[in-house]
Design a protein around this ligand. Sequence first.
Ligand SMILES: [Fe+2]
Ligand SMILES: [Fe+2]
Length: 359
Amino acid sequence: MTDLPEKHPVQTEGVKTALEAIYNWNYDSEIDQVRTLYANALDRQWIAMKDLDWDRDIDREAFSRSFTMGGIPVSETRFWKSLPVDTRWDVARRTATFMLSNFLHGEQGAMMVAGQLVNAVPHMDGKFYASTQTMDEARHVEVFAAYIRKLGDVQPIAPGLKKLLDSVLETDNWLLKAVGMNVVTEGLALYSFRDMRNQSEEPLLKDLLTLVSRDEARHTGYGVKYLSAIVPTLDDPQIAEIEDFAFESARLLIDSRAGLSMRDTALQLWADAGVDPAEAMKALIEERELIKNSLERSGGRTGPVRGFVIPTLKAIGLFSDRICGHFDEMFEANFQGAFGSIADDPFDLPEDLEAWALS
Ligand SMILES: [Fe+2]
Ligand SMILES: [Fe+2]
């Protein structure tokens, strides 16, 4: 068994939060679907340092063979294959460390929000479930930190993600916490973990993401099931407030106009590995047909927001024409209509999230 890391990155930053801690004297189950999720969570607990084989070294060759950037299969391009083996490993390692560091920081945020939800949600089923999620997230922080330790140093949190975590921690409204964390942030994470798990050929990372994705499917399921039970009881202004918060949360992560996008940081990593980022981008753009064909073969991903978060919001009843217009406008500004209108998207939310996460 591997010991926990002796040195952790020190971060003494804080954010003031306010919420009302709600008692519930009724101990009977009120929302059966949420109680069932709690039972599933108990059944599927695992131990980070025991259930994964940490003695394995990272398979460098497998790691750089399956290198992708934001879902783009870079490792299939002629440009990638033309780089020296050491450079490929260096770029793959630096990019993965950056991505995984942000997953790690996101997991810390999820752990703190889940802890808040134990207090803030009004139903006993919701409190039980949030207690198990707090435990799950502690384990996720543990595994990502341990994996990154094998790759390099933990990188600082991306500004957009930090803003998002702050706003979810700060709000006193549990419905906004649930939509900002369990629907938007964890929906995005689940989609990204699934993508990385399907594309990575590095055995330890694949095993780790399998266990984490199974938990995340449940966390997203909590958002869907709990909010689906509550939203029909709310009035229009309350629903609009939740929709706006969901939109703002997604915007912080994907809208490059906010000036917080991860793209610039990711490109800087190429420079650190000795590859001119402008040259790299030019070479990749020249191979756009190959990239497009490869994406089509793998099911034509539309990215985490269109491919998962929006179908989730639709399933809950949080996707009015008004908020659809906001999303359309953001996609148009960022991708110049490359994806068409959201109304034409084919993707529905899978019935069984856990089966989908592992497919
Ligand atoms: Fe997590
Ligand atoms: Fe989670």
